[in-house]
Write a protein that binds this ligand. Structure first.
Ligand code: BV8
Ligand code: ZN
Length: 293
């Protein structure tokens, strides 16, 4: 029969030709980007949300209801992220951020990585690649190059309305009462009810602190900048995301709707593959590295 012309292509040479002629490239990354670094995904096999219902944990209502439970969930994830290191896919995206490198594969192009991940592995990968290549980026160039739209798990934010102090704290544990509870969360055991005064506090005013991530029902960081990048992109790389959480779930379709190209890098099919011009099935730490080298 005739090939399904609407089916996404897996022709790497054809992708590289599109990449070489692209001028405004964005990448939208999800948990699959960090899977090879040992960070559990949300929905994949053994994914985090399978054991815990996302909508019951990653919301302000859940935090108000039980800051002890929510802090133990984030403490468990902080501990996992502290042990993790960027993988080849993080480094491939970090290299694309460096103009001298990008000129070789997409001359004259601009690039921004928008990540939904809160594990801070992409900024770490960028610093590693800059150190290894001797390249330099100003703080402004780094700010444009990488948008962590759902925040950072190492950021600690004050809940006091008049304070809202935000600080990156990688201490393990953030407060003594959280020590050892990560084993309970990992085992899905009933967690202890830690008194509020023993939970992480704001170092400026002493009020109860919260994890510096974007919860369901909250507005992602720099969302206007992201929407404008999506509106002007001529190539969108969709890396390791189930494309189930909005607004990120719609970005690829928005790029395609104004004539941009979409390339998906995922280990599984997702329902959004129909929005793709290219689909590279497999671990992104292999496929993306090949595609961007
Ligand atoms: C917003 C931070 C308005 C916290 C996260 C009904 C009720 C309430 C809300 C809504 C509703 N309907 C819609 C909404 C909006 C809601 C939403 O989308 N809900 C869903 C559940 C329907 N969204 C929001 O509330 C957002 N805010 O909409 O504000 C607005 C919007 C625009 C402009 C102005 C105002 C805020 C959502 C942010 C929530 N916070 N994280 C925390 O981490 O604890 S969400 C969390 O899940 C991630 O951050 C990420 O964003 C999201 C998606 O997860 P993925 O990254 O895709 O991970 P997943 O496991 O699902 O998939 C992994 C993929 O990788 C898989 O496809 C797998 O095959 C693949 N993979 C695995 N290994 C590999 C691989 N691929 C390649 N290589 C591998 N090795
Ligand atoms: Zn404070």
């Amino acid at each position: 029969m005739y090939p399904d012309i609407s089916a996404p292509s897996n022709d790497m040479a054809a992708f590289r030709t599109v990449l070489a002629s692209s001028r405004r490239i964005i990448a939208i990354a999800g948990a699959g980007l960090s899977a090879a670094s040992g960070i559990p995904t949300f929905r994949g096999a053994g994914g985090m949300w399978r054991k815990h219902d996302a909508l019951s944990l990653a919301t302000m209502a859940a935090f108000r209801d039980s800051p002890s439970r929510i802090w133990q969930f984030y403490h468990y994830r902080r501990e996992t992220a502290l042990e993790a290191h960027p993988n080849a896919a993080h480094h491939a995206l970090a290299e694309l951020t460096i103009p001298t490198f990008r000129e070789k594969i997409a001359p004259g192009s601009a690039f921004t990585l928008v990540t939904q991940n809160v594990d801070a592995l992409s900024p770490t990968a960028l610093e590693t690649v800059l150190a290894h290549t001797g390249a330099t980026l100003s703080d402004e160039e780094k700010h444009v190059a990488l948008i962590e739209m759902d925040g950072r798990i190492f950021d600690v934010v004050c809940t006091a309305y008049e304070c809202k102090h935000r600080e990156e704290i990688r201490d393990s544990p953030l407060s003594p009462a959280l020590a050892g509870t990560e084993e309970l969360v990992a085992a899905g055991a009933k967690e202890p009810d830690i008194p509020h005064e023993d939970l992480p506090r704001c170092r400026k005013c002493g009020a109860l602190a919260r994890p510096g991530v974007v919860w369901f029902g909250e507005i992602p960081h720099r969302v206007d900048e992201i929407l404008s990048l999506v509106d002007s992109a001529d190539l969108c790389l969709v890396v390791g995301t189930s494309s189930t959480v909005h607004p990120a779930a719609r970005f690829a379709r928005q790029v395609r709707e104004h004539g941009g190209k979409v390339a998906v890098f995922n280990i599984d099919r997702t329902k959004r593959d129909t929005d793709a011009d290219f689909l590279f099935l497999g671990p992104c730490e292999m496929s993306l590295t090949e595609a961007l080298s």
